[in-house]
Design a binder for this molecule. Structure first.
Ligand SMILES: [Zn+2]
Ligand SMILES: [Zn+2]
Length: 289
């Protein structure tokens, strides 16, 4: 089977011919119909994330091994199943959950495999979806998608889940305010999920008016353009000068997190999601106060 692999950071991907795996036991081989490209893929391809003072946190030091087939947003059709698979058959239409753990560490024991001590995520620590087929280690990682479209569904396994969890962690009530910073794919997903799940007062923050307009169409109550640097004032004006109860920041760079902290109300929650990178100086007394 063909797979597009990263051979080494920042080099063009290579199309390689790999042996098509034959599933054993609970394993399932999925023929890929749709595979999303996530911003994390770009970080992995670049070889790392920007940390403090421009220092790069290498993905190889964090356990990534090249050559690697990227791709963790995969939807497709079951091609063959191992002998112990009971829930899926050849031809089943599925979304693949990629955040696979070792199954034995404390995180895995309570069902948080995405935070495993020894992660085996597809497309990160083992071959993923930039290929014709992917081997899924257990049928429990598959979700039946019925007749939903492959292209529409594939990104739900990463950007959909990420936005869902971030909004859940923000945990705002209908009387509270939630700021969503960074209105890209995840931000727009989060606006809709927040409206449906928690129904708070939603303030969308971005530097692009077109995206902010879209956020309002998707359920944001207010839009704040932070390009001119007065996002803190605008958010405070919208919250009786008190600040917001929670923020989900899908950028997570110095230019967003520094104002985040200044626009947060007492007892407020800041959920950092994006991997833009960099660092900020933190005014420590503000945290306990
Ligand atoms: Zn992703
Ligand atoms: Zn684990």
């Amino acid at each position: 089977m063909k797979a597009a692999q990263v051979i080494k950071p920042k080099a063009p991907l290579e199309i390689r011919d790999l042996t098509s795996p034959s599933p054993q036991g609970k394993e399932v081989l999925v023929r890929i119909k749709s595979s999303g490209v996530c911003h994390s893929d770009i970080h992995i391809w670049e070889g790392g994330y920007e940390g403090v003072k421009g220092q790069i946190m290498s993905v190889e030091e964090r356990g990534v091994k090249f050559p690697l087939t990227l791709g963790h947003e995969v939807a497709g059709i079951v091609e063959t199943v191992g002998s112990d698979v009971t829930e899926f058959n050849e031809g089943s239409r599925v979304l693949v959950y990629p955040w696979i753990g070792d199954g034995v560490c404390p995180a895995c024991q309570i069902g948080e495999e995405n935070l495993c001590d020894h992660p085996k995520s597809l497309g990160v620590y083992q071959n993923g979806g930039y290929a014709e087929k992917v081997l899924v280690p257990h049928e429990k990682y598959l979700v039946d998608i019925d007749n939903l479209e492959f292209d529409a569904i594939s990104s739900l396994s990463c950007s959909g889940l990420t936005a869902f969890t971030a909004v859940k962690n923000a945990d705002t009530s209908p009387k509270q305010t939630l700021v969503i910073t960074g209105i890209g794919g995840l931000g727009l997903m989060a606006v809709q999920i927040a409206r449906a799940l928690l129904n708070p007062n939603i303030i969308a923050v971005d530097i692009d008016d077109k995206r902010l307009e879209q956020a309002k169409k998707f359920g944001a109550d207010y839009a704040v353009n932070s390009r001119n640097g007065d996002a803190v004032k605008q958010v405070k004006d919208l919250t009786n000068g008190l600040g917001t109860d929670a923020i989900v920041d899908f950028v997570n760079g110095p230019k967003t997190v520094t104002p985040d902290i200044d626009m947060l109300r007492k007892r407020g929650k800041l959920v950092l999601v994006g991997l833009f990178g960099g660092s900020i100086e933190l005014n420590l007394p503000l945290v306990p106060l």
